[in-house]
Design a protein around this ligand. Structure first.
Ligand code: UD1
Length: 420
């Protein structure tokens, strides 16, 4: 199995191009089920999760040409509506095919994703909303079986909790439903906005894009005609490289980035003492050699994202005082704490709050990646730890970071991928 070896201590410099957003590409790929014509996607990140979802579409009968950052998907001849356990268990986001399959074909079977490393992550809100749209749903043999033989009907959906995937599933379901679907308390993440925009550009009237009330005027099962779609920049990848600059006391320029999408990370790093040059598609971080401690509470966009919590915790280990980091979205998203402590960090957990106390230095050690973003926190810590850090189970990183070690290497890090 592959692992990453980092020898810490190098200062980084130069620029790094940010890839397309995995979390935008996934719903966009799922939404192509709403069409029976070829759809071209560009700026896809070259990561395992994208290949997994494309594989699922292929299993359903989709025809796919995929070449690194570009794919053409033709879902004209889908002949199966079953998303099997083998794929869904690998990637929870496969649940995003539920809404579009049901909307287009009036039936589908999707394996229940189950829990995952960062928490329970139920899909009850997705199911309740689809039921409100007229779907009959049964859970049997580990599968969600959904039926709406006469098509889905527009409905007023009030999400009790803000859910990104739930909002995306219902936007896609609403696009082909009969009548108007109104989502109240919808997610406002940039990835949700992109999904709305491409569906709007495919001819569906959508109001309230980017707000917490989205109204979709369904086409009554008329398939969509998408234009070519360019995936937005990955705000979590961008935030991770800003953290790389902050923790190694280096100036790094990000290219092909949307600074607006990472404002909350910029604000926190500014509060820690870093400064920025902010352009339209480019951003440079200037570090400080006296990182101030920080208080963070994770929340929904535009507030501070849970997907950046682990990386900021790594940076906070190098601050000159105690930082407090509270995780409000997922109940078990602190598995990086014990691994960071193996590198010499001094982090204490009390419920959903981590107290990160200052240490003079981190020291290289063998650590294990536990989930996607936790893994990148270990990489960041490895960049400053004295000596050798070996990070195992990096298949988590490969799910979501496009060429992480190549990009860090080009910035001057001492990092390599090895096989055992
Ligand atoms: C998406 C992102 C993930 C990010 C998360 C929160 C993708 C592919 N993944 O995940 O990287 O960390 O948003 O920003 O875009 N919940 C329920 N019932 C449901 C659905 C969700 O209780 O039916 C809860 C979840 O357990 C969690 C919270 O709602 O506590 C938010 O989850 P959600 O926004 O749905 O996350 P995902 O869409 O799975």
């Amino acid at each position: 199995m592959d692992y990453l070896q980092i020898i810490g201590g190098n200062t980084l410099k130069g620029s790094v191009t940010i890839s397309g957003a995995k979390n935008s590409a996934l719903p966009v790929i799922a939404s192509t089920i709403l069409s029976n014509r070829p759809v071209k996607l560009t700026n896809l990140p070259n990561v395992v999760d994208i290949r997994t979802l494309l594989k699922l579409l292929k299993m359903l009968g989709g025809e796919i040409e995929h070449n690194g950052t570009t794919a053409t998907i033709n879902n004209a001849n889908i002949n199966s509506t079953k998303a099997v356990y083998e794929i869904v268990s690998k990637m929870r986001a496969s649940i995003l095919v539920l809404g579009p399959l049901l909307a287009r074909f009036g039936e589908c079977e999707v394996s229940l994703p189950g829990g995952c490393a960062i928490g329970q992550r139920p899909i009850d809100l997705h199911l309740k909303a689809l039921e409100a749209m007229g779907a009959k749903i049964e859970i049997k043999g580990g599968y969600v079986r959904a039926e709406a033989p006469d098509g889905l009907k527009g409905a007023k959906i009030i999400f009790d909790k803000i859910t990104v995937g739930g909002t995306e599933n219902i936007i896609m379901a609403g696009a082909l439903a009969k009548g108007v679907t109104k989502i109240i308390n919808s997610a406002k993440e940039p990835e949700v906005v992109q999904l709305c925009e491409i569906i709007r550009d495919a001819g569906v009237k959508i109001e309230g894009i980017g707000t917490s009330t989205i109204t979709i005027y369904g086409t009554n099962q008329k398939p969509l005609e998408f234009k070519e779609i360019k995936i937005i920049p990955d705000r979590i990848e961008a935030g991770t490289y800003l953290c790389a600059g902050a923790i190694t006391n280096s100036s790094i320029t990000l290219k092909e980035v949307n600074p607006t999408h990472i404002q909350s990370s910029i604000d926190k790093l500014e509060a820690m003492g870093c400064s920025f040059d902010i352009g339209e598609r480019e951003l440079t971080i200037y570090p400080t050699n006296r990182l101030k401690p920080i208080n963070i509470i994770t929340s929904e966009y535009p507030a501070f994202p849970t997907d950046m919590q682990a990386q900021f915790m790594a940076v906070a280990t190098m601050a000159i005082g105690e930082s407090l980091i509270e995780e409000r979205l997922f109940e078990n998203r602190f598995m990086h704490v014990s691994e960071l402590n193996r590198l010499g960090a001094d982090i204490w957990l009390k419920g959903s709050v981590a107290s990160v106390r200052p240490v003079a230095e981190l020291n290289g050690a063998d650590v294990m990646a536990t989930d996607l973003r936790a893994s990148s926190a270990l990489v960041l810590a490895g960049l400053v730890a004295k000596g050798v850090t070996n990070i195992r189970r990096i298949y988590h990183l490969d799910r979501g970071y496009d060429n992480l070690e190549g990009k860090l290497l080009s910035l001057g890090a001492n990092i390599k991928r090895l096989s055992e």
